[in-house]
Design a protein around this ligand. Structure first.
Ligand SMILES: Cc1ncc(COP(=O)(O)O)c(C=O)c1O
Length: 385
């Protein structure tokens, strides 16, 4: 839907990127350096991300989807293997599994955190289950303790879809420090962006080695030490891909990663203020703010509209858009997409379906001004009066 504003008051996007002024000069430097493809800036971003998350290895790739695809291949999962995942996710989560010839098995979610429900996971395990793919949805950390216990009991892998979760903490530890593999996206709606891009973290050197090869047609040689392009290898060894990130993209990420903490604190403040100002509205279910050592980065702010609200969710979204407020319906469940019903048949996921059809997003980004914030609150209240 197009976001128009007939009253000419304000037009607020659902998300907004924020680069420092110095990024222009950094971009020009890279463009003029003679090395615009994967090179020193990508390596620097990998080192910074490993440093931030505490992961031993970080592998940059072209998108978050590519990160998920390579994670599956790096674990040697093969055709027909099953991966348990939520359906309440962006379609890329399941697509990556299907690219590798595996079968997604959709699991229902918790109605409060919107993350995969660990109590349901175990009921879905079969002799073909090889991995669980929890999604830290909108940055909310999944219950990784329970998920790790289940994975341990059944000897299956964990691939975290952390596309939205850079900056979030689980038990005080950054998402990305994992016993399995974690995959991030740097799409512009995420907490930091490289325009398009992704990153994979792992502590396992042999997995990291496979990932470095897989992203570059099986070849892990690099011209970084000599400053010259390396020659062709005698043998490529494995069937790889061109999932490389370029230095032009990496320099955008380098501009932002040092500000990740500032961005995350700012997103948390906005989420807390939304919750405070909307607390008395009985027709809304507000997102939870984690306590203790967990932190959600509030990559998105998703609310549910209760069934006794004065208008439908779709009507509410239309009215907000007309008033210039960037919003969207909650994510369409993957298991109801025809390409997936054809593949895996019809499954019933009651919580997923409820949340998908009664939820909507409000704008959240670090540069949101107080005026914009007040306008969003005032408009939402008026529309729901
Ligand atoms: C949960 C989830 N997984 C995977 C992806 C895919 O990331 P990308 O768009 O960088 O390929 C996204 C991106 O929106 C996402 O939200």
């Amino acid at each position: 839907m197009v976001c128009t504003n007939p009253e000419g008051i304000m037009k607020i996007p659902i998300a907004k990127t924020q680069f420092s002024d110095r990024v222009d000069a950094e971009l020009v430097k890279v463009v003029r350096s003679g090395w615009v493809a994967q090179g020193p800036k990508v390596k620097e971003l990998e080192e910074k991300l490993a440093g931030y998350t505490g992961a031993r290895h970080a592998v940059a790739v072209s998108t978050g989807t590519a990160a998920l695809h390579l994670a599956i291949l790096a674990y040697g999962l093969t055709e027909g293997d099953e991966v348990i995942m939520p359906s309440f996710s962006f379609i890329a989560t399941a697509n990556a599994v299907v690219y590798a010839g595996l079968r997604p098995v959709f699991c229902d979610i918790d109605p409060v955190t919107y993350n995969i429900d660990p109590d349901v996971i175990e009921t879905l395990i079969t002799e073909r289950t090889r991995a669980i793919m929890p999604v830290h949805q909108f940055g909310m950390p999944c219950d990784m303790t329970k998920i790790a216990q289940i994975a341990g009991r059944h000897d299956i892998k964990i691939i975290e879809d952390a596309a939205c979760a850079l900056g979030s903490l689980y038990n005080g530890v950054p998402i990305g420090k994992t016993t399995g593999i974690a995959c991030f996206s740097f799409h512009p709606r995420k907490t930091i962006t490289t325009a398009e891009g992704g990153m994979i973290t792992t502590d396992d050197i042999s997995v990291a080695d496979r990932l470095f090869r897989l992203r570059n047609h099986g070849d892990n040689s690099s011209g970084l030490s000599t400053g010259k392009s390396p020659g062709f290898p005698d043998q490529y060894g494995i069937l790889g891909f061109n999932y490389r990130m370029s230095d032009v993209h990496a320099v955008l990420g380098l501009d932002q990663i040092d500000r990740l903490e500032e961005f995350t604190v700012s997103r948390n403040n906005i989420a807390a203020r939304y919750n405070e100002r909307l607390r008395d509205m009985d027709c809304l279910q507000l997102p939870v703010i984690p306590e203790d050592n967990d932190r959600c980065n509030f990559q998105s702010y998703l609310l549910r509209l209760r069934s006794d609200a004065p208008l439908s969710r779709d009507e509410l979204v239309s009215r907000l858009l007309v008033r210039g407020i960037g919003t969207k319906q909650g994510i369409p469940p993957i298991h109801l997409q025809s390409i997936y019903t054809e593949k895996v048949g019809r499954v019933r996921l009651p919580v997923t379906e409820e949340v998908a059809y009664d939820s909507f997003f409000l704008p959240i980004f670090p540069a949101l001004t107080d005026r914009e914030f007040d306008y969003i609150i005032g408009t939402l209240r008026k529309v729901l009066a």
